[in-house]
Ligand binder design. Structure first.
Ligand code: PMP
Length: 451
């Protein structure tokens, strides 16, 4: 199919995610022909550095020889079979290894097929646990302002980004929302050095008053991704764990975005040394090859469901593609790569390189902050540096950066006024440097007009 025909049919029939389709009148989607390491390559042979790991999923680059082999090997055996009443080695090996690697106490793995589904599973498990543990009044969930946990209705209910949820508000679950950490615009006047996690008081107040109604608190540990890569201290997680223990509330860790090395450790909770009661993983779990998600649970939660069938305590949740063998085989290979290629240890250099760009970005007149959490870094654009006044959202500065970066050969898909980097973990340093340079130039170009 030639490019013109491809784009004509796309315009005619395809409805793209998270997109105002009318924007395609001026910027049509880019048809990708193949991938190679950190690059996406379009049908004309143009290369784009994948600075956002294709929506945070890709860990080791595109068209990876080891992952390709794992996928082909499994395809030669079986692509998929029912996972109720049947099992298979990739799922079993993956489960056992994830439990060994995950924070202590998470010993059971429930499979699903995307991040939102893993969140739905965690919410339902927590709710049902309390129904079956003599506390049926514990039915509500607590989440943070500007949180993002997915787009299905349950996941959206615990989300805090109005952009995605406002229109659906009448059909969402009624939960509690707590003001989350905002270290750039700290309402307590602190900065990252002087912080004593004062902002936790909002959570403490709510939970001490309402714990009888609360089943679980769900959060994105260390980095609130869709909120604009808001990075906050690990101490918040320690305080949260103590609070949950004190008031018999589950701690659900949504490590869908931050898991698998993004924060510089395999899982973000390791930075705090705490274990959640339920943990959701997806995205990087297959290296960005296929959809797969898991919800890890403690033995205590699992035991509340374990009984004779007639007790009706089973967790009767299912998805057709649960435990897909192709995806599980990829996930096993991802763990092999982490182990054999000492990936976590290798992150030292790229993390230092990201950090080294902080002074350059922060010297720009419209950059409010450069922040970094492991292999994630973000540049927050502001209209007015002193007051941290944001650019009006209608100006779509992020979109301007996106366009400018594309023209320069990089995929950077900003979140509002935040330009961020979440590259594949093994992006060569020279390409990472090029990516940062492209972002810098794109920001200079995009903000020049405002002065
Ligand atoms: N939780 C977090 C923290 C996420 O970043 C995302 C996706 N961006 C999700 C949940 C939802 O995952 P999915 O898009 O696979 O449904």
């Amino acid at each position: 199919m030639d490019k013109a025909e491809l784009l004509r049919l796309d315009r005619e029939h395809v409805w793209h995610p998270c997109t105002q389709q009318k924007d395609h009148e001026t910027l049509p989607p880019i048809p990708i022909a193949r991938g190679e390491g950190p690059y996406l390559i379009d049908v004309d042979g143009r290369r784009y550095i994948d600075g956002v790991s294709s929506w945070w999923v890709n860990l080791f680059g595109h068209n990876h020889p080891r992952l390709n082999r794992a996928l082909n090997d499994q395809a030669g055996r079986i692509a998929h079979h029912i996972f109720a009443g049947f099992t298979h080695e990739p799922a079993v090996e993956l489960s056992a290894r994830l439990c060994a690697l995950a924070p202590n106490g998470l010993n059971k793995v429930f499979f699903s097929d995307n991040g939102s589904a893993a969140v739905e599973v965690a919410l339902k498990m927590s709710f049902q646990f309390w129904q079956q543990s003599g506390r049926p009044e514990k039915t509500r969930f607590v989440s943070l302002s500007d949180a993002y946990h997915g787009e299905t209705l349950g996941a959206l209910s615990v989300g805090g980004c109005d952009l995605y949820r406002e229109v659906y508000r009448p059909i969402l679950l009624d939960g509690f929302r707590v003001q989350g950490p905002d270290c750039f615009r700290c309402p307590y006047g602190r900065n990252r050095q002087s912080c004593d996690i004062e902002c936790f008081e909002a959570m403490e107040r709510l939970v001490s008053e309402k714990h009888d109604e609360i089943a679980a608190i769900i959060i994105e540990p260390l980095i609130q991704g869709a909120a604009g890569m808001r990075i906050y201290p690990a101490g918040y997680l320690r305080r949260l764990r103590e609070l949950c223990d004190r008031f018999a509330v589950h701690y659900i860790a949504d490590e869908i975005a931050v898991g698998f090395g993004r924060t510089g450790r395999l899982f973000a909770n390791e930075h705090a040394g705490v274990s959640p009661d339920l943990m959701c993983l997806s995205k990087g779990i297959t290296g960005g090859y296929l959809p797969l998600a898991v919800t890890l649970a403690t033995d205590e939660i699992y035991q509340a469901f374990y009984d004779d069938y007639v007790s009706m305590k089973a967790f009767l949740h299912s998805h057709s593609y649960t435990g897909n063998p192709l995806a599980c085989a990829l996930a096993v290979e991802v763990l092999n790569i982490f182990e054999q290629e000492r990936v976590i240890e290798s992150l030292h250099e790229p993390m230092a390189l990201l950090e080294s760009w902080a002074p350059r970005f922060e010297a720009l007149p419209n950059v409010g902050e450069f922040r970094r959490g492991g292999m994630v870094a973000a540049v927050e654009l502001v209209q007015e540096k002193e007051t941290k006044t944001p650019f009006p959202w209608q100006e779509r500065r992020g979109l301007c950066v996106y366009r400018s970066a594309l023209a320069r050969g990089a995929l950077l898909r900003p979140l509002g006024n935040v330009v961020y980097f979440m590259p594949p973990l093994n992006t060569p340093l020279s390409i990472l440097e090029e990516l940062l340079g492209i972002a810098y130039d794109a920001i200079v170009e995009t903000t020049a007009a405002s002065r």
